[in-house]
Design a protein around this ligand. Structure first.
Ligand code: NAD
Length: 350
């Protein structure tokens, strides 16, 4: 089967952010507002040039449209990408300036944390805009660090996908976890508690060694993690973990992890299918964080977050079932299902 061409479509809005005094340099890309305001985190990262930052913003914003649609959230997709200044900078001033840019969009874009940003950064953003989530939690209300919700969703999706792929519990299975940051570390704790064996890799020795010590995980080099002898591969670092090369070398028969944009190119989805590897699509599996962020923005409480996160695993199974019946990649089926939801939103708004 031939993969669909890349699904990039023009964004609704793409704003260049530049404030030399504050050190602000980046983009806000709003990909779709068919289901509601564009929601997606703010990435703060080193980019060699503005074009690379723009490409990342567009790609990530589009991914958020699909993720929010399939999670059943009343939000479109958007993302902010800020270039980390090369020299010294005033972090508070930079995020306050970013907040002013978000506010100027009048609610078209709702921001939160992403790679490189923290709750403290979002508190600075909240000083200059209302359209921000990921702030400290207050009395049973949704809020705070979304990572534990993301990890819970990934873990439950993995449990369900293991039943689908192997017909058994996670107990005794070996899971290779790539990246032991906020989500990866939490996922490892849940996996260890469920009796799974862990193989981990992270370039950050402090994070990696702490987990090895607590859970008796085997540590391998970052270049080897995708090819280790494991039943499940869990990409929890940055995007692009699944290349033609890594998939050909992979021994795991199930991929289920937190990282966004795991497929380095659309064709990799077909390679996984051809090699008999079950792929639980990234944005379906990792929706726990945005579920928490959106509930916070809407003023909902944690019970609603819990109920929506619990719906992730059955959704993954329904998707894997349909893909298997149709002999197609779950990645392609997920995209189609998300596009149906977005199209219905567009029709309703017309
Ligand atoms: P994080 O920055 O806390 O952790 C990422 C970890 O990956 C770090 O420890 C880093 O050292 C490690 N890493 C980097 N390159 C690596 C490599 N080549 N091999 C192995 N490890 C490597 O980020 P996070 O919040 O844990 O998010 C992890 C992934 O999940 C990201 O792709 C993020 O976009 C995605 N995600 C996170 C959330 C959330 O709620 N935090 C929600 C949805 C998706």
């Amino acid at each position: 089967m031939v993969a669909r061409p890349t699904r990039l479509t023009p964004p609704v809005e793409c704003i260049r952010l530049f404030d030399a005094e504050a050190g602000l340099d980046g983009f806000i890309a709003v990909h779709s507002t068919a289901l509601g305001p564009g929601a997606g985190g703010c990435r703060f990262w080193t980019y060699a040039d503005a074009d690379l930052a723009l490409a990342d913003a567009l790609r990530l914003a589009e991914g958020m449209s699909y993720k929010n649609a399939l999670a059943g959230l009343p939000f479109g997709g958007a993302k902010a990408v800020l270039r980390k200044p090369a020299g010294g900078f005033d972090r508070a001033a930079l995020f306050q300036a970013f907040g002013r840019a978000v506010e100027a969009l009048g609610g078209l874009y709702v921001t939160a944390e992403d790679v490189g940003t923290s709750v403290a950064d979002m508190q600075e953003v909240a000083g200059t805009t209302r359209h921000v989530a990921g702030l400290p939690r207050a009395d049973g209300r949704a809020g705070g660090d979304p990572s534990p919700w993301t990890a819970k969703g990934v873990f439950e999706a993995m449990q369900a996908a293991a039943h689908f792929a192997f017909g058994r519990e996670l107990h005794g299975l070996t899971v290779a976890v790539q990246g032991t940051g906020n989500v990866g570390a939490d996922l490892c704790s849940r996996l260890a508690e469920a009796g799974a064996k862990l193989v981990i890799a992270d370039p950050n020795p402090a994070r990696r060694d702490r987990l090895a010590h607590i859970h008796g995980a085997t540590v391998v080099d970052v270049d080897d993690i995708a090819a280790v002898d494991a039943d499940i591969f869990a990409p929890c670092a940055l995007g692009g973990a699944l290349t033609a090369e890594t998939v050909r070398a992979m021994k795991a028969k199930l991929v289920c992890g937190a990282a966004n944009n795991q497929l380095a190119s659309p064709e990799v989805a077909d390679l996984l299918l051809a090699r008999g590897v079950v792929y639980a699509p990234d944005y379906v599996v990792n929706a726990g964080g945005i579920i928490n962020v959106s509930a916070e923005y809407l003023g909902e409480d944690e019970r609603e977050v819990g109920a929506r996160v619990c719906a992730i695993a059955p959704r993954v199974v329904a998707l894997l079932d349909r893909a298997a019946r149709e002999g197609r990649s779950p990645a392609v089926v997920a995209d189609e299902m998300a596009e149906e939801v977005i199209a219905a939103g567009q029709r309703a708004a017309a």
